[in-house]
Design a protein around this ligand. Structure first.
Ligand code: OSB
Ligand code: MG
Length: 366
């Protein structure tokens, strides 16, 4: 399609409850939305960069700037396909989250034009995907047990606990002892070092599905060493930035499971290529989340319906994060989320919520 204009919208949604991880605490979700318009159709994308550069080097203000000054100008006034977006943006180094948002918007617009759903386009084979929940670091173990009990009562099929040095084995063991045979995993967001390997081996008694990103983003050899020393499968999140890096991490033995986040890897199309690498190498994969609004959630649920995503993803109901989502809310149906079937993402921002939550608009034209 020919892109006539790219609109960048900064939005800020209050979180239903603060979310604490090893790298900080979030009270609101600031996101950059991308709307592309052209040839009588439009499409929406969401940039997953967080407010501060604590999970990744990308952050919302930076993503908005690189989108406005360097990325959107490479597409406006041009004829592009979703397939061609990554190549058109490749001269700009890095910034996968910003690039992913633009590709997502073009993909949505293209599919709306064709009347085809994202799930169908990506290769979805399921109508429902199992829902997992990611729980932040709590104030105390009794508080954590209450939050886990509430999540299980709502129907979540798998629980992920954020951990960090000082909040790891003890709370995880308390959850295992209190709730028995649930699907349980932990995520450290790189808070440990190879010096902690003996300590991390303490998770081996707790029958976890996996331990996610225990070491730093660039510590592939360290993760490989850890994987040799632990019975608990090592899963990588931050370290996996492309299909190539996924292949290399798997070949090195740095991970036995892969968390696929479309934003982190430059878009849904690269996410599918990582899925394919995982299928080809027999490595279980799942779809991660980034406190996504309904737009990103719709895309992630469609992606998670591919056959190689064999573990429940960080795909929770809208209400896990927002009292009021940007789109019609995603709700749990017996512990599952339904894959949208409408054209493109199958959802769009509710005009009144979008208007109320927009803090800035930037229009890029040829
Ligand atoms: O590490 O998986 C992570 C949220 C923001 C940034 C990084 C991560 C997370 C989560 C929440 O764990 C996942 C979700 O959106 O459900
Ligand atoms: Mg993670």
């Amino acid at each position: 399609m020919r892109i006539d204009a790219v609109e960048l919208r900064r939005v800020s949604l209050p979180l239903a409850a603060p979310f604490r991880t090893s790298y900080g605490i979030e009270h609101e979700r600031q996101a950059v939305l991308v709307r592309v318009a052209g040839e009588g159709t439009e499409g929406w994308g969401e940039c997953v960069a967080m407010t501060e550069p604590l999970y990744s080097s990308e952050f919302a203000d930076g993503a908005a700037l690189v989108l406005s000054r360097h990325l959107a100008p490479r597409l406006v006034g041009r004829d592009v396909t979703a397939e061609g977006v990554a190549e058109a943006l490749a001269p700009v180094r890095g910034h996968p989250m910003a690039k992913a948002a633009l590709e997502m918007a073009v993909l949505d617009a293209e599919l709306r034009g064709e009347g085809r759903s994202l799930g169908e386009r990506l290769g979805a084979t399921r109508e429902l995907v199992p829902s997992g929940i990611s729980l932040g670091i709590a104030g105390s173990i009794p508080e954590l047990l209450d939050v886990v009990a509430a999540a299980l009562a709502e129907g979540y099929q798998r629980v992920k606990l954020k951990v960090e040095p000082g909040w790891d084995l003890e709370p995880t063991r308390a959850v295992r002892e209190r709730f028995g045979d649930i699907l349980l995993q932990v995520d450290a967001n790189g808070a440990y070092t190879v010096a902690d390997i003996d300590h991390l081996a303490g998770f081996d008694d707790l029958d976890l599905l996996l331990i996610e990103q225990p070491l730093a983003e660039d510590e592939l050899a360290g993760h490989a060493e850890l994987a040799r020393r632990l019975r608990t499968p090592v899963c990588l999140d931050e370290s996996i930035t492309s299909a190539r890096s996924a292949s290399e991490a798997i070949a090195l033995g740095a991970c036995g499971v892969v968390n696929v986040k479309p934003g982190r890897v430059g878009g849904y199309l690269e996410a599918v290529r990582i899925h394919d690498v995982c299928v080809a190498t027999g490595v279980p994969a799942w779809v991660g989340g980034m406190l996504d609004t309904g737009l990103g959630r719709a895309g992630n649920v469609a992606l998670a319906a591919l056959p190689g995503f064999t573990l429940p993803g960080d795909l929770s109901a809208s209400a896990r994060w927002f009292d009021e989502d940007l789109t019609e809310p995603f709700v749990l149906e017996d512990g599952y989320l339904r894959v949208p079937t409408g054209p493109g993402l199958g959802v769009e921002p509710l005009p009144h919520v979008l208007a109320a939550r927009t803090t800035d608009i930037d229009l890029i034209r040829p």
